[in-house]
Design a protein around this ligand. Structure first.
Ligand code: FE
Length: 163
């Protein structure tokens, strides 16, 4: 049996992953409205990944015979100042998620919940990748600054992201 405390914390994380998907869907909307089709498809792939993260946690909670609850997902924005501003907001959000995963892991250690620790290790490495993906795009967007030609090239390249 999994501790109630642990289930509650995992449920909170499920909500955060679904909220992440929402945030990125808001960004997709922004990119589509600004005709950045490549960035829109990059961000759509990101939103799908977030749904998979939520699913992974949902399956785990169900496997450990905990109950999943689905609190309301916060409303998100679809307005950003620039593509760079959107990706920067994404990076900040991923840092927040990493901290949240680390807290979950601390709880699993304190609870001596080895199964949850093992499952969370996947998320710990995944977060390293997520932050690095956003940092990489931000670095390149900073290079092109506001040059329309550069932004168009970046948009084309980002459209190649595979799910
Ligand atoms: Fe995630």
């Amino acid at each position: 049996m999994i501790a109630k405390k642990m289930v509650d914390a995992l449920n909170a994380q499920i909500n955060k992953e679904l909220n992440s998907a929402y945030i990125y869907l808001g960004m997709v909307d922004y990119f589509v409205s600004e005709n950045y089709d490549g960035m829109a498809s990059w961000m759509k792939a990101q939103a799908h990944e977030e749904l998979e993260h939520a699913e992974k946690l949902i399956n785990f909670v169900q496997e450990r015979s905990g109950k999943v609850d689905y609190p309301a997902i916060e409303k998100v924005t679809n307005k950003y100042k620039s593509p760079l501003a959107a990706f920067k907001a994404g990076l900040e959000h991923e840092k927040f998620i990493s901290a949240s995963i680390h807290e979950l892991y601390e709880l699993a250690l304190a609870e001596k919940d080895y199964g949850t620790q093992e499952m969370l290790r996947w998320f710990i490495s995944e977060q390293v990748e997520e932050e690095s993906n956003f940092e990489n795009v931000i670095g390149r967007l900073e290079m092109v600054a506001d040059a329309p030609g550069g932004l168009m090239i970046m948009d084309g390249k980002l459209g190649y992201r595979k799910e």
